[in-house]
Design a protein around this ligand. Sequence first.
Ligand code: TRP
Ligand code: ZN
Length: 875
Amino acid sequence: MTASAVLLKDYRAPAFLIDQVELRFELGETGTRVSSRLQLRRQDSAIDALHLHGEQLELLGLTLDDKPLPAHRYQVTADTLTLFDPPAQFTLGVETLIHPELNTALEGLYKSSGNFCTQCEPEGFRKITYYLDRPDVMARFTTTVVAERERYPMLLSNGNPVERGELADGRHWVRWEDPFPKPSYLFALVAGDLGCVRDQFVTRSGRTVALEIYTEHDKVDQCAHAMASLKKAMRWDEERFGLEYDLDIYMIVAVSDFNMGAMENKGLNVFNTKFVLARPDTATDADFLGIESVIAHEYFHNWTGNRVTCRDWFQLSLKEGLTVFRDQEFSADMNSAAVARIDDVRNLRALQFPQDAGPLAHPVRPESYIEINNFYTVTVYEKGAEVVRMYQTLLGREGFRKGMDLYFQRHDGQAVTCEDFCAAMADANGRDLSQFMRWYRQAGTPTLKARGEYDAAQRRYTLHLAQSCPPTPEAADKEPFLIPVAVGLLDRDGSELPLRLSDETAATGARVLELTQAEQSFVFEDVPAAPVPSLLRGFSAPVKLVCDYSDEELLFLAAHDSDTFNRWEAAQQLGVRAVLQLLAVRAEGHAWSLPSTLAELFARLLADDSTDPALLEQMLTLPSEAYLAEQMAVIDVDGLFAAREFLRKGLALHHRAAFNALVERLAVHGAYSLDGEAIGRRALRNRCLDYLASLESALVHTMLSRQLESADNMTEQLAAITLIAHGEHPARLAALESFYTRWQREALVVDKWFTLQATSKRADTLKHVCTLLQHPAFNLRNPNKVRALVGAFCNNNAVRFHAADGSGYAFLVERIVELDPLNPQIAARLLGALTRWRQYDAGRQALMRGALERILDLRGLSPDVFEIASKALAG
Ligand code: TRP
Ligand code: ZN
């Protein structure tokens, strides 16, 4: 396989523009005919050929200004159609035949559960017809969809429906017109026999928008939460950013075969069912929150993505980082803001920090790619959102809003760059943000070292900050970042001290310091006694903070910090210390015992009845194995697991009575409710059960079995079945069987059933997962199933996936071999599990490298998998 890289520095403005597109689809069971008429206009007179993108297309006809084009005027290759010497302005007619019924890659036009749907971002439109398939070519689309009426009563596309009719042969058609110019990646078409839930929304300027959610008929009773979330998101965007919806209709279609979470096609979002369907008995609290956030995310794209789009795919974070930030702010406003922030950071640390430290590290705005599908990453999305959050932290909410207003004022209807966004923020606030742009160009997670020094005689506290950033594949040396460091100083009783820097006359409360140099000191005056600093509050920058707090100081912050994020963070750090301490103790040949500081922390937390249960749950959760692994030079897979389990059991034993009491006290009575209080209580109660289950007592098993039988909601059911299945009780297999029998008609619940088996730490898990590959409900062509079983095993079961004999790696290679020909995007994503081989011991390194080499040796490898495997080996 040879594949060539696309480089940011090679960007050229398009030589031709497309003003208007007319599409006609004749959908069929054994092929679909696509006719297109493009109004083209030359931009660059130095260029004398038009190169259109097109892949896997059969060209049936080609006309220029309605006259058939002679063969010598054009040329077709595997991925282009070239017209020689076209006029300055003309209409191109193209007729192609495609095969959605054979499309397993789920990119372009494909079928899901018998219905037609599309996924065009980033480069799927070229699998539908020949086109300038790049985001800086924005055109007005008119789309006519023709299909058999009986099988496909619903015919949908972008914009507003303008005309419909019947054909004599049992087919019917609908014409859609989208008044907003858009890039081809936002094109969408859906045809099928679908149920629909309708509602409406009145915008603040008084326009009524029809809201429609389409899904399979027997699932229409699972759309209410998605609809409610959509209306909340529409209102929130008006209130927070002054942004209103712009078409008369907003449609969402839920499909069960989808490569990602959802897609923001103009006026016609296509969603993975996972992010639409929910009913209390089938979806967990986490699922409900996930739906709320993804529905909002896709809706918010209408402005940040669609009205203002990306100039090229290197700028992906322009829309994704910004839109993730917007959905995070929305979720924080709708739910517990503190817990939302903790979840975001947990996720960033568990997934993005490792990426940033490995061979696939890349800047928020990459400068090179082989396959753009591989760059829909946690770095572009989640770190990108942190970068946008830093603008807001630096400029304040109002300043950020001014920047957003200017951004839309300048760029509505345009395809722009991350510099344009930065310039709007800077200009609206009269600031120079050129140093800030380094966050887009430099990869790697910076380390921020902090050291405090108190001078009692001068009543002066000096905070010394130093930043550094490790080398990453694109650069060895990094220039200092502009890092907003939110700080507060606490006195001995935990109250906030007024802060006055040496050059200031008046004091303020907590504040944001701007670190711009490699090393910088900040001097606070009138500090009456040695304070405890609370640093990087709210996680004000995506960095690793290093500060040598004593255990007592961490206990103090966990109890007293007014910044809830830092209360949680202090508890996390105590957890990290406890695990690392156990590993060190074992290395010296000593036996383990429960670290007293952690026991003390838990004693306090378990006795705390004033803190929000949701926050308590977060503080009682030990750091994830992924985050712990990040703290080690060489990841000790088995040691980490053993240490974490030792703490789980040790804490359960030590605090058994308190855990039991909490389980009693927290039982939620009455009907299921999705309010924050109820969610928090369920989460905390399930966390307590998780500790108690580690003790493997008959009593706990009985409690879990009862919960499994009587719970009216999936949150409690799933917690119970998971703990039962992961334990040793002989009834576990029967419980798994009956759970499946009960839920076999709910695909999303069956996914949970696969996942909970794939993440069991029992020794026979891999064998069991292999058996499940043959289960009638498993399907390699369905990405949700692959993620639920194979993805969960490889990414969320470190001890079993990284088994020292290499069996986990061999298993993954086999899955890649099967999957790559079907769905390269999903295959490439799975391969992520092998990329951090350098972090492991010599034995595992050799096995992981061997696995990657075997993959690279495969014939006919997709560019997607090739890029990940080759970069992983090279890095
Ligand atoms: N733009 C989508 C989002 O909201 C991402 C996406 C959906 C996507 N489907 C995709 C990206 C398929 C690549 C391929 O985040
Ligand atoms: Zn997005």
